[in-house]
Design a binder for this molecule. Structure first.
Ligand code: PLP
Length: 353
């Protein structure tokens, strides 16, 4: 039976990427597996260089002073690396959800943090607007897409200080002027590949301005100097990410996938809005194109609905415990057909109820 994978991450990846990646496990270079050759061998160095170049190319950041790195420790390690590398006096953070809150907690280890705005008062169901970013802070940090709550920043502020963004759950999904950002990070396990590597895209000229000593593994400059090969990189995660970036480029890049993502989210939200059995969680103007969060109006229908979507081959639809209900994650590799299947199940429930 065909599966429709709505998981929030790790999540659906393109079938052709999975096929190529599994083939490389068996035979990548003259009968040797990708995971048994040296990471210093030319075939793997080429993979790393291609992955780094593709990331910059897709984001439109080639030749603009940025470096792309594939690091380890998940996006969660970036919560502390950002502060350790950039925070000298004080930094400004926008609190839009669990992940932003965790980033703030880690940064507080290094210094005092200003929360410019927060939507915690409404269980993070909206994106605060109209806040000021103070000019005398070291950087401004935001989270472009709030995976758990299903909200997404649609219009980024013009920051007078370097802007850092956690794009873990919507990188490569929509066109943006990425040069507005000075540092972007994203765990691979949504729109790129398996867990195990984190893409960091950093503008070199924002580095080297803090006075503290930074351990080598946590120092962006060290990783830049060593071309993202300071220590043994997670070769499989980097290779698979490279394949996904190549797949995206062949499709026509971010502009092409954005059109598909818009079709999927439009279909999904129109069903949520038109079907009286369901209610959307996030404020309409801030709805995420990646993660649609919704609940049943009448919880008595839960058992029936859960059986119906599982029988339709749908996987990973349960919402996060802090929101409840359901979350349909519609990352780049999820097809419009999968969304159609879910929407059909929802309207079938309506006709049954
Ligand atoms: C927006 C966002 N930031 C950070 C994280 C944490 O990522 P990791 O598990 O790679 O540390 C996640 C995980 O889902 C996320 O969605």
């Amino acid at each position: 039976m065909q599966k429709h994978n709505f998981s929030a991450g790790p999540c659906v990846l393109p079938q052709e990427v999975l096929q190529k990646a599994s083939q490389a496990i068996l035979d990548f270079d003259n009968g040797l597996s990708l995971i048994e050759i040296s990471h210093r061998s030319k075939p793997f160095v080429d993979v790393m260089e291609q992955a780094r170049a593709l990331a910059l190319e897709l984001l439109g950041l080639e030749g603009k002073g940025y470096k792309a790195l594939f690091l380890q420790g998940g996006a969660s390690t970036q919560f502390l690396m950002v502060a350790q590398n950039l925070l000298e006096k004080r930094a400004a953070y926008l609190n839009t959800g669990t992940w932003a809150d965790k980033a703030i907690k880690e940064a507080k280890i290094f210094d005092d943090i200003l929360e410019v705005a927060s939507s915690k008062d409404a269980n993070y169901n909206y994106i605060p607007k109209g806040f000021e970013i103070p000019e005398d802070h070291d950087y401004f940090h935001c989270t472009s897409n709030n995976t758990i709550f299903g909200t997404q920043i649609k219009k980024f502020p013009n920051s007078p200080i370097p802007m850092v963004c956690d794009m873990s759950s919507d990188i490569f999904s929509r066109t943006l002027d990425f040069s507005k950002f000075d540092l972007i990070y994203a765990g691979a396990q949504k729109n790129m590949g398996p867990a195990g590597t984190t893409l960091v895209v950093v503008k070199e000229d924002i580095l080297g301005k803090v006075s503290r000593k930074i351990p080598s593994m946590l120092d962006y400059k060290v990783h830049i100097d060593k071309s993202s090969m300071f220590n043994t990189p997670p070769v499989f995660a980097v290779y698979t990410s490279m394949l996904t970036l190549q797949w995206l480029k062949d499709l026509g890049g971010i502009a092409a996938i954005e059109k598909e993502n818009e079709k999927k989210s439009r279909l999904m939200y129109s069903e949520i809005d038109l079907n009286p059995l369901f209610k959307g969680f996030a404020a309409k103007e801030d709805r995420s194109d990646m993660n649609a969060t919704f609940t049943l109006v009448n919880e008595d229908l839960k058992e029936t609905f859960d059986t119906m979507w599982k029988d339709a081959g749908i996987n990973g639809l349960n919402g996060h415990r802090s929101v409840g209900g359901y979350r349909a994650s519609m990352y780049n590799a999820l097809s419009l057909d999968s969304v159609k299947v879910l929407v059909e199940v929802m309207s079938e429930l309506e006709s049954k109820a």
